[in-house]
Ligand binder design. Structure first.
Ligand code: UDP
Length: 475
Protein backbone atom coordinates (compact mmCIF):
# COMPACT_ATOMS: atom_id res chain seq x y z
CA UNK A 1 0.00 0.00 0.00
CA UNK A 2 1.26 3.50 -0.81
CA UNK A 3 2.18 6.12 1.78
CA UNK A 4 0.42 9.07 0.15
CA UNK A 5 -3.27 9.72 -0.04
CA UNK A 6 -4.85 12.23 -2.41
CA UNK A 7 -7.69 14.17 -0.88
CA UNK A 8 -10.22 14.88 -3.60
CA UNK A 9 -11.50 18.44 -3.38
CA UNK A 10 -14.09 20.42 -5.28
CA UNK A 11 -13.46 23.71 -7.06
CA UNK A 12 -15.33 26.35 -5.08
CA UNK A 13 -16.33 29.69 -6.58
CA UNK A 14 -15.06 32.64 -4.59
CA UNK A 15 -17.67 35.16 -5.69
CA UNK A 16 -19.92 33.88 -2.91
CA UNK A 17 -17.73 35.99 -0.58
CA UNK A 18 -18.77 39.25 -2.23
CA UNK A 19 -21.83 39.89 0.00
CA UNK A 20 -19.67 39.37 3.09
CA UNK A 21 -16.35 41.06 2.31
CA UNK A 22 -17.16 43.10 -0.80
CA UNK A 23 -16.54 42.59 -4.51
CA UNK A 24 -13.21 44.40 -4.39
CA UNK A 25 -11.55 41.72 -2.26
CA UNK A 26 -13.00 39.00 -4.47
CA UNK A 27 -11.60 40.75 -7.55
CA UNK A 28 -8.17 41.01 -5.97
CA UNK A 29 -8.09 37.27 -5.34
CA UNK A 30 -9.28 36.50 -8.86
CA UNK A 31 -6.56 38.75 -10.26
CA UNK A 32 -3.93 37.00 -8.12
CA UNK A 33 -5.20 33.60 -9.30
CA UNK A 34 -5.01 34.75 -12.90
CA UNK A 35 -1.43 35.95 -12.42
CA UNK A 36 -0.35 32.65 -10.83
CA UNK A 37 -1.94 30.76 -13.68
CA UNK A 38 -0.53 33.01 -16.41
CA UNK A 39 3.01 32.75 -15.01
CA UNK A 40 3.03 28.97 -15.55
CA UNK A 41 -0.25 27.48 -16.82
CA UNK A 42 0.80 23.89 -16.00
CA UNK A 43 2.12 24.59 -12.53
CA UNK A 44 0.51 22.58 -9.76
CA UNK A 45 0.41 23.95 -6.23
CA UNK A 46 0.67 21.01 -3.88
CA UNK A 47 -0.21 20.99 -0.20
CA UNK A 48 1.12 18.22 2.00
CA UNK A 49 0.16 17.52 5.60
CA UNK A 50 -0.34 14.44 7.74
CA UNK A 51 -4.04 14.11 8.49
CA UNK A 52 -7.19 14.60 6.53
CA UNK A 53 -9.41 15.10 9.54
CA UNK A 54 -9.16 16.53 13.06
CA UNK A 55 -7.29 19.62 14.07
CA UNK A 56 -6.96 23.05 12.62
CA UNK A 57 -4.65 22.32 9.70
CA UNK A 58 -6.97 19.84 8.00
CA UNK A 59 -9.82 22.21 8.73
CA UNK A 60 -8.12 25.07 6.93
CA UNK A 61 -6.67 23.22 3.98
CA UNK A 62 -10.00 22.02 2.67
CA UNK A 63 -11.49 25.47 1.94
CA UNK A 64 -8.23 27.19 1.06
CA UNK A 65 -7.36 24.66 -1.61
CA UNK A 66 -10.92 24.50 -2.96
CA UNK A 67 -11.08 28.30 -3.24
CA UNK A 68 -7.57 28.48 -4.74
CA UNK A 69 -8.93 26.20 -7.47
CA UNK A 70 -11.95 28.47 -7.76
CA UNK A 71 -9.58 31.40 -8.31
CA UNK A 72 -7.92 29.55 -11.18
CA UNK A 73 -4.94 27.77 -9.62
CA UNK A 74 -4.38 24.02 -9.96
CA UNK A 75 -4.11 23.40 -6.21
CA UNK A 76 -4.12 19.89 -4.71
CA UNK A 77 -3.91 18.17 -1.34
CA UNK A 78 -1.88 15.10 -0.48
CA UNK A 79 -1.71 13.47 2.96
CA UNK A 80 1.56 11.77 3.88
CA UNK A 81 1.63 8.45 5.68
CA UNK A 82 3.60 7.38 8.74
CA UNK A 83 4.09 4.71 11.37
CA UNK A 84 3.02 5.01 15.03
CA UNK A 85 6.71 5.60 15.90
CA UNK A 86 6.89 8.43 13.36
CA UNK A 87 3.76 10.13 14.70
CA UNK A 88 5.02 9.69 18.25
CA UNK A 89 8.14 11.63 17.27
CA UNK A 90 6.22 14.30 15.37
CA UNK A 91 3.82 14.77 18.29
CA UNK A 92 6.88 15.20 20.52
CA UNK A 93 8.16 17.83 18.07
CA UNK A 94 4.74 19.52 18.03
CA UNK A 95 4.85 19.82 21.82
CA UNK A 96 8.48 21.00 21.78
CA UNK A 97 7.71 23.81 19.31
CA UNK A 98 4.93 24.84 21.69
CA UNK A 99 7.58 24.92 24.45
CA UNK A 100 6.16 21.83 26.18
CA UNK A 101 7.92 18.58 27.06
CA UNK A 102 5.04 16.29 26.16
CA UNK A 103 5.99 12.80 27.31
CA UNK A 104 9.63 13.88 27.64
CA UNK A 105 10.82 11.27 25.16
CA UNK A 106 14.12 11.68 23.35
CA UNK A 107 14.67 13.54 20.09
CA UNK A 108 18.05 12.11 19.19
CA UNK A 109 19.71 10.06 16.48
CA UNK A 110 17.35 7.03 16.63
CA UNK A 111 14.34 9.33 16.31
CA UNK A 112 15.97 11.16 13.42
CA UNK A 113 16.57 7.82 11.68
CA UNK A 114 12.85 6.96 11.92
CA UNK A 115 11.85 10.47 10.83
CA UNK A 116 14.17 10.28 7.81
CA UNK A 117 13.08 6.79 6.83
CA UNK A 118 9.37 7.69 6.74
CA UNK A 119 10.10 10.99 5.01
CA UNK A 120 12.08 9.16 2.35
CA UNK A 121 9.28 6.64 1.71
CA UNK A 122 6.80 9.50 1.28
CA UNK A 123 9.20 11.52 -0.86
CA UNK A 124 9.70 8.58 -3.25
CA UNK A 125 6.01 8.61 -4.05
CA UNK A 126 5.63 12.36 -4.04
CA UNK A 127 8.39 12.83 -6.59
CA UNK A 128 6.48 10.73 -9.08
CA UNK A 129 3.70 13.35 -9.02
CA UNK A 130 5.40 16.67 -8.40
CA UNK A 131 7.14 18.14 -11.43
CA UNK A 132 10.09 20.53 -11.44
CA UNK A 133 8.70 24.05 -11.24
CA UNK A 134 5.66 23.06 -9.18
CA UNK A 135 5.12 24.82 -5.85
CA UNK A 136 4.79 22.68 -2.73
CA UNK A 137 3.42 23.93 0.57
CA UNK A 138 4.51 21.61 3.36
CA UNK A 139 2.49 21.89 6.55
CA UNK A 140 3.95 21.46 10.03
CA UNK A 141 7.02 19.52 11.25
CA UNK A 142 5.66 16.15 10.07
CA UNK A 143 6.39 17.09 6.46
CA UNK A 144 9.76 18.80 6.82
CA UNK A 145 11.76 15.73 5.79
CA UNK A 146 10.25 16.12 2.31
CA UNK A 147 11.86 19.52 1.75
CA UNK A 148 15.27 18.37 0.57
CA UNK A 149 14.15 15.79 -2.00
CA UNK A 150 11.54 18.21 -3.33
CA UNK A 151 14.01 21.03 -3.75
CA UNK A 152 16.57 18.73 -5.35
CA UNK A 153 13.81 17.77 -7.77
CA UNK A 154 13.30 21.41 -8.76
CA UNK A 155 10.14 22.21 -6.82
CA UNK A 156 9.63 25.54 -5.01
CA UNK A 157 9.13 24.67 -1.37
CA UNK A 158 7.22 26.71 1.21
CA UNK A 159 6.87 25.48 4.77
CA UNK A 160 3.81 26.51 6.77
CA UNK A 161 4.41 26.05 10.50
CA UNK A 162 1.08 26.13 12.33
CA UNK A 163 2.52 25.76 15.82
CA UNK A 164 4.63 28.06 17.93
CA UNK A 165 5.07 29.90 21.19
CA UNK A 166 6.09 33.41 22.16
CA UNK A 167 8.66 32.15 24.63
CA UNK A 168 11.88 30.28 24.08
CA UNK A 169 12.83 27.49 26.47
CA UNK A 170 14.85 24.26 26.46
CA UNK A 171 12.00 22.47 24.68
CA UNK A 172 11.77 24.93 21.80
CA UNK A 173 15.58 24.73 21.52
CA UNK A 174 15.37 20.92 21.37
CA UNK A 175 12.63 20.98 18.74
CA UNK A 176 14.33 23.53 16.49
CA UNK A 177 17.69 21.75 16.85
CA UNK A 178 16.03 18.61 15.51
CA UNK A 179 14.45 20.46 12.58
CA UNK A 180 17.24 22.92 11.76
CA UNK A 181 18.86 20.90 8.96
CA UNK A 182 15.58 20.41 7.12
CA UNK A 183 14.89 24.15 7.01
CA UNK A 184 17.75 24.98 4.67
CA UNK A 185 15.78 23.73 1.66
CA UNK A 186 12.79 25.96 2.27
CA UNK A 187 12.40 29.18 0.30
CA UNK A 188 9.85 30.77 2.63
CA UNK A 189 8.71 29.71 6.09
CA UNK A 190 5.24 30.87 7.11
CA UNK A 191 4.25 31.44 10.74
CA UNK A 192 1.09 32.64 12.46
CA UNK A 193 2.92 35.31 14.50
CA UNK A 194 6.31 37.06 14.23
CA UNK A 195 7.21 35.91 17.74
CA UNK A 196 7.03 32.24 16.62
CA UNK A 197 9.90 32.62 14.16
CA UNK A 198 12.96 30.77 15.48
CA UNK A 199 16.41 32.33 15.33
CA UNK A 200 17.40 29.67 12.82
CA UNK A 201 15.39 31.39 10.08
CA UNK A 202 16.46 34.78 8.72
CA UNK A 203 13.69 37.32 8.24
CA UNK A 204 14.22 37.39 4.46
CA UNK A 205 12.75 33.87 4.40
CA UNK A 206 9.77 34.57 6.67
CA UNK A 207 6.13 35.38 6.02
CA UNK A 208 3.31 35.83 8.50
CA UNK A 209 -0.20 34.56 7.69
CA UNK A 210 -3.09 34.41 10.14
CA UNK A 211 -5.11 31.21 10.04
CA UNK A 212 -8.62 31.62 8.71
CA UNK A 213 -12.01 29.95 8.52
CA UNK A 214 -14.47 29.32 5.72
CA UNK A 215 -17.83 30.93 6.49
CA UNK A 216 -19.57 28.58 4.04
CA UNK A 217 -18.12 25.30 5.30
CA UNK A 218 -20.26 22.69 7.00
CA UNK A 219 -18.60 23.82 10.24
CA UNK A 220 -19.62 27.45 9.84
CA UNK A 221 -22.68 27.57 7.58
CA UNK A 222 -25.93 29.02 8.95
CA UNK A 223 -28.16 26.54 10.78
CA UNK A 224 -31.66 27.43 11.91
CA UNK A 225 -32.29 27.36 15.69
CA UNK A 226 -34.59 24.35 15.12
CA UNK A 227 -31.87 22.46 13.31
CA UNK A 228 -29.31 23.32 15.99
CA UNK A 229 -31.60 21.82 18.62
CA UNK A 230 -32.59 18.92 16.38
CA UNK A 231 -28.97 17.93 15.75
CA UNK A 232 -27.91 18.24 19.39
CA UNK A 233 -30.98 16.34 20.63
CA UNK A 234 -30.39 13.59 18.06
CA UNK A 235 -26.71 13.09 18.95
CA UNK A 236 -27.59 13.05 22.66
CA UNK A 237 -25.98 16.29 23.83
CA UNK A 238 -29.09 18.16 24.94
CA UNK A 239 -32.57 17.15 26.03
CA UNK A 240 -35.07 18.52 23.50
CA UNK A 241 -37.88 17.27 21.28
CA UNK A 242 -36.71 15.68 18.02
CA UNK A 243 -36.23 18.22 15.23
CA UNK A 244 -34.58 18.57 11.84
CA UNK A 245 -30.98 17.35 11.58
CA UNK A 246 -30.27 18.44 8.04
CA UNK A 247 -27.17 20.23 6.81
CA UNK A 248 -25.35 20.85 3.55
CA UNK A 249 -22.23 18.85 2.80
CA UNK A 250 -18.99 20.43 1.57
CA UNK A 251 -19.89 19.27 -1.94
CA UNK A 252 -23.26 21.05 -1.73
CA UNK A 253 -25.40 17.94 -1.35
CA UNK A 254 -28.02 17.73 1.42
CA UNK A 255 -27.45 15.34 4.32
CA UNK A 256 -28.73 14.50 7.79
CA UNK A 257 -26.86 13.88 11.03
CA UNK A 258 -27.24 10.19 11.65
CA UNK A 259 -24.60 9.00 14.15
CA UNK A 260 -24.67 9.84 17.86
CA UNK A 261 -22.02 11.24 20.17
CA UNK A 262 -20.32 8.94 22.64
CA UNK A 263 -21.05 10.73 25.91
CA UNK A 264 -19.61 10.32 29.40
CA UNK A 265 -21.92 11.98 31.91
CA UNK A 266 -24.40 11.44 34.70
CA UNK A 267 -28.05 10.99 33.93
CA UNK A 268 -29.89 12.57 31.01
CA UNK A 269 -28.31 15.34 28.92
CA UNK A 270 -28.96 18.94 30.02
CA UNK A 271 -32.20 20.51 28.88
CA UNK A 272 -31.94 22.83 25.89
CA UNK A 273 -32.75 25.73 28.22
CA UNK A 274 -29.69 25.28 30.44
CA UNK A 275 -26.81 27.54 29.35
CA UNK A 276 -24.12 25.40 27.80
CA UNK A 277 -20.43 26.19 28.23
CA UNK A 278 -18.52 24.45 25.45
CA UNK A 279 -14.89 23.71 24.70
CA UNK A 280 -14.26 21.93 21.38
CA UNK A 281 -10.75 20.52 21.08
CA UNK A 282 -8.66 17.52 20.28
CA UNK A 283 -7.97 15.50 23.44
CA UNK A 284 -4.62 17.13 24.14
CA UNK A 285 -2.98 18.17 27.43
CA UNK A 286 -2.22 21.60 25.95
CA UNK A 287 -5.97 22.26 25.60
CA UNK A 288 -6.19 21.72 29.38
CA UNK A 289 -9.51 19.84 29.45
CA UNK A 290 -8.99 18.87 33.09
CA UNK A 291 -8.32 22.51 34.03
CA UNK A 292 -11.53 23.52 32.26
CA UNK A 293 -13.49 20.99 34.34
CA UNK A 294 -11.85 22.07 37.57
CA UNK A 295 -12.44 25.74 36.81
CA UNK A 296 -16.06 24.98 36.00
CA UNK A 297 -16.32 23.15 39.35
CA UNK A 298 -15.43 26.42 41.04
CA UNK A 299 -18.29 28.10 39.19
CA UNK A 300 -20.73 25.42 40.31
CA UNK A 301 -19.48 25.62 43.89
CA UNK A 302 -20.04 29.39 43.95
CA UNK A 303 -23.27 31.26 43.71
CA UNK A 304 -23.64 30.97 39.93
CA UNK A 305 -26.61 30.68 37.61
CA UNK A 306 -27.10 27.04 36.55
CA UNK A 307 -25.01 25.97 33.58
CA UNK A 308 -23.66 22.80 32.03
CA UNK A 309 -20.11 22.18 30.79
CA UNK A 310 -19.54 20.17 27.65
CA UNK A 311 -16.05 19.14 26.58
CA UNK A 312 -16.25 17.90 23.02
CA UNK A 313 -13.53 16.34 20.93
CA UNK A 314 -13.05 13.92 18.09
CA UNK A 315 -13.44 10.23 18.68
CA UNK A 316 -9.99 9.26 20.04
CA UNK A 317 -9.27 6.97 17.13
CA UNK A 318 -10.26 9.58 14.58
CA UNK A 319 -7.11 11.70 14.28
CA UNK A 320 -4.29 9.86 12.54
CA UNK A 321 -1.37 12.01 13.68
CA UNK A 322 -2.41 12.47 17.32
CA UNK A 323 -1.27 9.42 19.31
CA UNK A 324 -1.85 11.03 22.74
CA UNK A 325 -5.60 11.35 22.34
CA UNK A 326 -6.63 8.04 23.95
CA UNK A 327 -4.42 8.59 27.00
CA UNK A 328 -5.63 12.16 27.48
CA UNK A 329 -9.25 11.12 27.11
CA UNK A 330 -8.73 8.40 29.76
CA UNK A 331 -7.18 10.95 32.12
CA UNK A 332 -10.01 13.42 31.53
CA UNK A 333 -12.52 10.64 32.27
CA UNK A 334 -10.71 9.78 35.53
CA UNK A 335 -10.67 13.46 36.53
CA UNK A 336 -14.39 13.64 35.73
CA UNK A 337 -15.06 10.66 38.00
CA UNK A 338 -13.11 12.35 40.78
CA UNK A 339 -15.40 15.41 40.74
CA UNK A 340 -18.06 15.69 43.45
CA UNK A 341 -21.37 14.21 42.33
CA UNK A 342 -23.16 17.58 42.12
CA UNK A 343 -20.47 18.94 39.78
CA UNK A 344 -20.37 15.79 37.68
CA UNK A 345 -24.09 16.14 37.02
CA UNK A 346 -23.34 19.39 35.23
CA UNK A 347 -20.47 18.07 33.07
CA UNK A 348 -20.45 15.94 29.91
CA UNK A 349 -17.52 14.62 27.91
CA UNK A 350 -18.48 14.00 24.31
CA UNK A 351 -16.56 12.13 21.64
CA UNK A 352 -17.94 13.33 18.34
CA UNK A 353 -17.95 10.73 15.54
CA UNK A 354 -15.37 11.38 12.82
CA UNK A 355 -16.34 8.65 10.33
CA UNK A 356 -18.07 11.28 8.21
CA UNK A 357 -16.12 14.57 8.21
CA UNK A 358 -19.14 16.64 7.19
CA UNK A 359 -21.34 15.09 9.84
CA UNK A 360 -18.67 15.79 12.46
CA UNK A 361 -18.51 19.41 11.29
CA UNK A 362 -22.30 19.79 11.39
CA UNK A 363 -22.41 18.56 14.99
CA UNK A 364 -19.61 20.95 16.03
CA UNK A 365 -21.38 23.77 14.19
CA UNK A 366 -24.59 23.10 16.12
CA UNK A 367 -22.70 22.90 19.40
CA UNK A 368 -20.89 26.19 18.86
CA UNK A 369 -24.15 27.88 17.85
CA UNK A 370 -26.01 26.53 20.86
CA UNK A 371 -23.26 27.43 23.34
CA UNK A 372 -23.92 30.28 25.73
CA UNK A 373 -20.15 30.60 26.12
CA UNK A 374 -17.38 29.07 24.04
CA UNK A 375 -14.22 28.39 26.00
CA UNK A 376 -10.66 27.86 24.79
CA UNK A 377 -8.59 27.59 27.95
CA UNK A 378 -5.50 26.23 26.21
CA UNK A 379 -2.10 26.30 27.88
CA UNK A 380 -0.46 26.80 24.47
CA UNK A 381 -2.13 27.75 21.21
CA UNK A 382 -0.53 28.65 17.90
CA UNK A 383 -3.83 30.21 16.87
CA UNK A 384 -7.22 28.96 17.98
CA UNK A 385 -9.43 28.11 15.04
CA UNK A 386 -12.19 27.17 17.45
CA UNK A 387 -11.99 30.74 18.74
CA UNK A 388 -12.56 32.21 15.28
CA UNK A 389 -15.35 29.71 14.60
CA UNK A 390 -17.13 30.83 17.75
CA UNK A 391 -16.55 34.51 16.97
CA UNK A 392 -18.07 34.07 13.52
CA UNK A 393 -21.14 32.58 15.25
CA UNK A 394 -21.41 35.65 17.50
CA UNK A 395 -20.62 33.66 20.62
CA UNK A 396 -19.03 35.23 23.69
CA UNK A 397 -15.63 33.56 24.09
CA UNK A 398 -13.53 33.04 27.21
CA UNK A 399 -10.00 32.15 26.15
CA UNK A 400 -6.42 32.14 27.35
CA UNK A 401 -4.37 35.24 26.60
CA UNK A 402 -1.67 33.18 24.94
CA UNK A 403 -0.18 32.73 21.50
CA UNK A 404 -2.30 33.73 18.54
CA UNK A 405 -5.43 34.13 20.64
CA UNK A 406 -4.24 37.61 21.66
CA UNK A 407 -4.27 38.55 17.95
CA UNK A 408 -7.80 37.20 17.64
CA UNK A 409 -9.41 38.80 20.67
CA UNK A 410 -8.94 42.17 22.36
CA UNK A 411 -9.85 41.53 25.96
CA UNK A 412 -13.24 42.92 26.91
CA UNK A 413 -14.05 43.82 23.28
CA UNK A 414 -14.32 40.61 21.26
CA UNK A 415 -14.34 38.21 24.22
CA UNK A 416 -12.75 37.81 27.64
CA UNK A 417 -9.11 36.78 27.97
CA UNK A 418 -7.46 34.97 30.85
CA UNK A 419 -4.00 36.48 31.51
CA UNK A 420 -3.05 33.29 33.37
CA UNK A 421 -4.83 30.22 31.97
CA UNK A 422 -3.98 28.24 35.11
CA UNK A 423 -5.85 30.72 37.33
CA UNK A 424 -9.06 28.74 37.79
CA UNK A 425 -10.72 31.37 39.98
CA UNK A 426 -10.29 33.97 37.24
CA UNK A 427 -11.68 31.48 34.72
CA UNK A 428 -14.74 30.80 36.89
CA UNK A 429 -15.35 34.50 37.42
CA UNK A 430 -15.12 35.24 33.65
CA UNK A 431 -17.77 32.56 33.06
CA UNK A 432 -19.91 33.96 35.86
CA UNK A 433 -19.63 37.49 34.46
CA UNK A 434 -20.98 36.47 31.07
CA UNK A 435 -23.68 34.16 32.42
CA UNK A 436 -24.97 36.93 34.66
CA UNK A 437 -24.94 39.66 32.01
CA UNK A 438 -26.80 38.86 28.76
CA UNK A 439 -26.08 42.37 27.42
CA UNK A 440 -22.34 41.82 27.81
CA UNK A 441 -22.66 38.40 26.17
CA UNK A 442 -24.46 39.88 23.17
CA UNK A 443 -22.03 42.81 22.81
CA UNK A 444 -18.98 40.53 22.93
CA UNK A 445 -20.59 38.20 20.39
CA UNK A 446 -21.44 41.01 17.97
CA UNK A 447 -17.95 42.54 18.14
CA UNK A 448 -16.45 39.07 17.73
CA UNK A 449 -18.42 38.50 14.53
CA UNK A 450 -17.23 41.76 12.98
CA UNK A 451 -13.65 40.99 13.91
CA UNK A 452 -13.80 37.48 12.42
CA UNK A 453 -15.39 38.84 9.22
CA UNK A 454 -12.81 41.56 8.77
CA UNK A 455 -9.65 39.66 9.66
CA UNK A 456 -9.96 35.91 9.71
CA UNK A 457 -11.87 34.66 6.67
CA UNK A 458 -10.34 32.37 4.03
CA UNK A 459 -10.28 34.93 1.23
CA UNK A 460 -7.76 37.05 3.05
CA UNK A 461 -5.35 34.14 3.56
CA UNK A 462 -5.79 33.14 -0.06
CA UNK A 463 -4.46 36.49 -1.17
CA UNK A 464 -1.47 36.10 1.15
CA UNK A 465 -0.70 32.57 -0.10
CA UNK A 466 -1.00 33.69 -3.72
CA UNK A 467 1.59 36.38 -3.01
CA UNK A 468 3.87 33.73 -1.48
CA UNK A 469 3.57 31.43 -4.46
CA UNK A 470 4.39 34.35 -6.74
CA UNK A 471 7.35 35.21 -4.52
CA UNK A 472 8.93 31.74 -4.52
CA UNK A 473 8.31 30.92 -8.17
CA UNK A 474 9.55 34.25 -9.49
CA UNK A 475 13.04 33.91 -11.04
N1 UDP B 1 -12.56 19.99 15.59
C1 UDP B 1 -13.50 19.20 14.94
N2 UDP B 1 -14.06 18.16 15.58
C2 UDP B 1 -13.75 17.86 16.87
C3 UDP B 1 -12.79 18.67 17.54
C4 UDP B 1 -12.20 19.73 16.86
O1 UDP B 1 -13.83 19.47 13.77
O2 UDP B 1 -14.30 16.91 17.40
C5 UDP B 1 -11.99 21.13 14.84
C6 UDP B 1 -12.35 22.48 15.43
O3 UDP B 1 -13.66 22.86 15.07
C7 UDP B 1 -11.27 23.35 14.80
C8 UDP B 1 -10.09 22.40 14.75
O4 UDP B 1 -10.60 21.08 14.88
O5 UDP B 1 -11.62 23.71 13.48
C9 UDP B 1 -9.12 22.67 15.87
O6 UDP B 1 -8.31 23.74 15.51
P1 UDP B 1 -7.55 24.62 16.59
O7 UDP B 1 -6.75 25.64 15.87
O8 UDP B 1 -8.55 25.14 17.58
O9 UDP B 1 -6.61 23.58 17.36
P2 UDP B 1 -5.57 22.47 16.84
O10 UDP B 1 -6.30 21.17 16.85
O11 UDP B 1 -5.11 22.88 15.47
O12 UDP B 1 -4.49 22.49 17.87
Amino acid sequence: MGMLRDVPLPTEPIDRFAPIVGQEQVDRVLAAGARVRAAAPDRIIWNVNSTEVGGGVAEMLRPLISYARGAGADARWVVMGGSPEFFHITKRLHNALHGAAGDGSALGAPERAIFDEISKANACELLTRVRPGDAVLLHDPQTLGLAHPLRAHGAHVIWRCHVGTDERNDQTALGWAFLRDYLTDIRVCVFSRPSYVPREIGEERVAIVHPSIDPFSTKNQELSPDTVRGILAHVGLIGAAPGPTSFTRADGSPARVDRCADVVGLGPPPSAEVPLIVQVSRWDDLKDPIGVMQGFAKLVEGDAPPAHLLLAGPNVHGVADDPDAARVFDEVTCAFRALPHYVRRAVSLASIPTADVDENAAIINALQRHASIVVQKSLREGFGLTVTEAMWKRRPVVASAIGGIVDQIDDGVHGLLLPDPTDLDAFASALRRILADPKLAAALGEAAYTRARDKFLALRSLLEYAALVERVTRG
